[in-house]
Design a protein around this ligand. Structure first.
Ligand code: GLC
Length: 755
């Protein structure tokens, strides 16, 4: 009976949505039929506000107010305007003064929290806790919606394998399976199950596509990859976001195989709007229409407008090209009325879904903004997410967790009292200096003696903000002596080292991934007098930690954890939270290994298990190992877990059938802890070469000391499917291996055949 009721309810809700959609389509069509060509083109035009610049902006004034564009209905959207009061101002002009009163959709980069900043997305992914990730997005949306924003340019779902790229901090790392689940979780978090709810906002899957494959990890650089990589690695998270109901896409700055994504028909019209039947809209990235001239793809601005609309870009962010040229391009037959109407229909559809026509000021309630911003619920969730994002990389002799009484602890490093860097690069709504520092977090533990020394300054001056280059201090190491003195008298040293907050993010690629500035010198000077060092790495990306790994007893990757960073780090160091994070990206031994990723191809000369000293004729470096320092999926706990052998229901999987693989996982340590049990599959041969293994399942479990849990995975053809040499998404019969373990290097294996 219950099942029948559930089914009826499901059909009912589905039917409700379908009915709502029909109503919305009628309203869209009715409005479209009233609009002049100029008003239609106005909807395709997005301007930046007057506060934040997240890209190269016009030198003077604000285009939205020039030539009376807003009041004339020539602006469909604005970005970087925030605050219920400020948004109401521009919304009133658009709604009260223009002929048809079409509300603006207000976009903003809510990447990881709004005023209350959560961990950077790469860090959140390290939690492998999809429910927590979804909740983090939902609470970020809550705070942003209260500030007038109804559209976020997130989730960024770009897969990347190159830690030199500054934007690795913004995504979910190197794996498409994990990246797909995180993408869907973030879309659900931002959009909820009712876009008209004034606490939910439209999400945006970006950057479509392959931006994370920029050559040499240099931001905005060219991308040249084959269809195999595009379909098997790059596109799955975008498809997952589309399947989760994301309402907008943003295209990317890069050219893909010679075609700038902004004008890429194959991506935007054939795949996204064609095969995937996506009915939301595509916004360009900042100025990317104009940049097709620099790409050497458009002759001039007008030509860029023609290419972009024909290629499937519906809204022009900050190029001012659609507004200026679409009318003449239409008159010259270079673009069609159908293309214009389709773009405008998509934009209006999302505005109706957001309920903006019912009440254009539904996001502009100043009293709501005051009560929601910085609420205890949001701050507590930021702390919870931060603790779950921390990855324990090394813990020899159980030096961690720290004792809570009677210890003399020296806290050393330029990031120890830094209240800005933990906010990361995309903190544009947060106030400076609002992160809890490591020092403040550790000062909350009163049972020990805590001394603090900066040791060295990381930057020569605090960057003015988002767009300014960071000047690393390479001249003044005078503070090292005081730090060494503090370390000399301490029982244990905690060192907070890593990257300045603005060293990762957009436009922040790095060719060297060592500890910047004098930090390595500081570390080795302290080590010379006290070897009991716990290194807390605070970074927006994997760094090269070879020396630390070879010398130090304990290392923690603490990323950029947002507003509650210091509390989260202290609670993990003191054992009030048992670290459970697992790496979403491989940590290299050398920059020369990049791009580096676990799901690599075998090659024709893989060597014996990757280390073959027999001759030089195998795929390797003469001066470095092939393996990462720390692999994908790796992370330790303060307790230990043991795995039974895998039990497989059969060694043969029939088409249409299923296999069950299970293991018993035991917490063989003395503390309750969490483990991410990971399932990897290997397709031994196929019509196109396949990775040596691929993540195809995981389960985050929590076990008390001594407790055992059976973890079960179901394997079917869908899990084995891939984009094959014939361009089909299908599973191919043949031999497979299945691995289950604690990270991507697990050797716990069974084999089966797909008939
Ligand atoms: C930036 C970024 C994009 C962001 C947009 C608006 O250049 O590439 O991710 O959403 O501009 O700020």
């Amino acid at each position: 009976m219950k099942k029948l009721l559930a089914a009826l309810l499901f059909v009912g809700i589905g039917g409700l949505h379908a009915q709502e959609n029909i109503e919305i389509e009628k309203k869209v069509t009715a409005l479209l039929n009233q609009m002049t060509l100029e008003e239609k083109i106005g909807q395709m035009n997005q301007y930046n506000g007057f506060w934040n610049v997240t890209g190269p902006s016009p030198k003077s004034g604000n285009a939205a107010f020039k030539y009376n564009n807003l009041a004339s209905g020539r602006v469909g959207s604005m970005l970087n305007i925030r605050g219920a009061k400020e948004v109401r101002k521009v919304q009133e002009i658009a709604v009260e003064e223009s002929r048809l009163g079409i509300p603006l959709i207000i976009g903003f980069d809510l990447i990881h929290g709004y005023k209350t900043v959560s961990p950077i997305p790469l860090a959140e992914t390290a939690s492998w806790d999809l429910a927590a990730i979804e909740r983090s997005a939902a609470l970020g949306a809550r705070e942003a919606a209260a500030a007038g924003i109804n559209w976020t340019f997130a989730p960024m779902v770009d897969i990347t394998r190159d830690a030199r790229w500054g934007r690795v901090m913004e995504g979910a790392g190197e794996d498409p399976y994990l990246g797909s689940l995180v993408a869907a979780a973030r879309v659900r978090g931002f959009q909820g199950d009712d876009l008209s709810d004034p606490f939910t906002i439209a999400a945006c899957a970006k950057h479509f596509a392959a931006y994370g494959f920029a050559e040499a990890g240099r931001d905005y650089n060219t991308v040249d990859i084959g269809l195999n990589t595009l379909h098997n690695i790059v596109l799955p998270p975008f498809k997952a976001a589309a399947d989760a109901g994301v309402r907008t896409f943003m295209n990317s700055f890069n050219d893909l195989n010679g075609i700038p994504a902004t004008a890429d028909r194959y991506l935007q019209r054939d795949i996204l709007k064609g095969n995937w039947q996506f009915d939301g809209f595509v916004v360009s990235d900042w100025g990317s229409l104009r940049e097709m001239i620099d790409h050497g793809y458009a002759k001039d601005r007008k030509h860029a407008g023609e290419l972009a609309l024909n290629g499937g870009s519906d809204m022009d962010m900050e190029s001012y090209i659609y507004l200026e040229y679409i009318q003449s391009l239409l008159a010259e037959g270079k673009v069609t009325q159908e293309q214009i109407d389709d773009a405008v229909r998509r934009i209006l559809r999302v505005k109706f879904e957001l309920g903006l026509f019912d009440d254009p000021y539904r996001y502009c309630d100043e009293s709501r903004e005051k009560s929601v911003t910085g609420s205890k619920e949001i701050i507590d969730a930021a702390l919870d997410m931060a603790k779950k994002s921390i990855v324990l990389l090394k813990n020899d002799n159980q030096i961690l967790p720290l004792k809570k009484q009677g210890q003399k602890i020296a806290l050393i490093g330029p990031l120890a009292d830094d209240k800005n860097s933990p906010l990361g690069n995309w903190r544009i709504a947060a106030d400076n200096g609002t992160a809890i520092s490591v020092l403040e977090g550790m000062q909350a533990y009163k049972g020990n003696t805590l001394v603090h020394e900066q040791g060295v300054r990381l930057v020569d001056k605090i960057p003015a903000g988002f767009h300014e280059e960071v000047a690393i201090n390479n001249t003044d190491n005078s503070g090292i002596a005081a730090a060494v003195a503090a370390a000399q008298n301490a029982d244990i040293v905690v060192m907070a080292l890593g990257e300045y907050g603005f060293q990762s993010g957009e436009g922040r690629s790095r060719a060297h991934l060592d500890l910047p500035g004098f930090q390595q010198e500081l570390l080795e000077a302290v080590y010379a007098v006290n070897k009991n060092i716990v290194l807390v790495v605070m970074s927006g990306r994997p760094l090269i930690l070879n020396w630390a790994d070879a010398h130090l007893p304990a290392i923690v990757e603490a990323w950029q954890l947002g507003t509650q960073a210091g509390n989260a780090i202290a609670q993990v160091l003191y054992g009030d939270y048992n670290p459970s994070g697992k790496l979403p990206m491989s940590f290299p031994r050398a920059v020369g290994q990049l791009p580096l990723y676990y799901n690599h191809k075998s090659t024709g000369r893989p060597g014996a298990d990757g280390e073959d000293a027999g001759s030089v004729f195998w795929s390797h470096y003469g001066d470095e190992k092939n393996s990462p320092l720390y692999p994908f999926g790796y992370g330790l706990s303060y307790t230990q877990f043991t795995y039974s052998d895998i039990r497989l229901s059969s060694n043969s999987l029939k088409k249409g059938g299923q296999l069950i693989a299970e293991v018993d996982v035991t917490n063989s340590g003395s503390l309750t802890g969490k483990e991410v049990v990971q399932l990897y599959l290997k397709d031994h041969y196929a019509s196109a070469t396949r990775p040596v293994r691929e993540l195809k399942g995981f389960e985050l479990i929590e076990l008390k000391a001594g407790e055992t849990q059976t973890v079960r995975f179901t394997i079917d053809e869908q899990l084995l499917a891939f984009y094959n040499a014939a361009g089909q998404w299908t599973a191919e019969a043949g031999d497979f291996s299945l691995f289950i373990g604690t990270d991507a290097t697990t050797k716990r294996q069974v084999n089966f055949v797909l008939e």
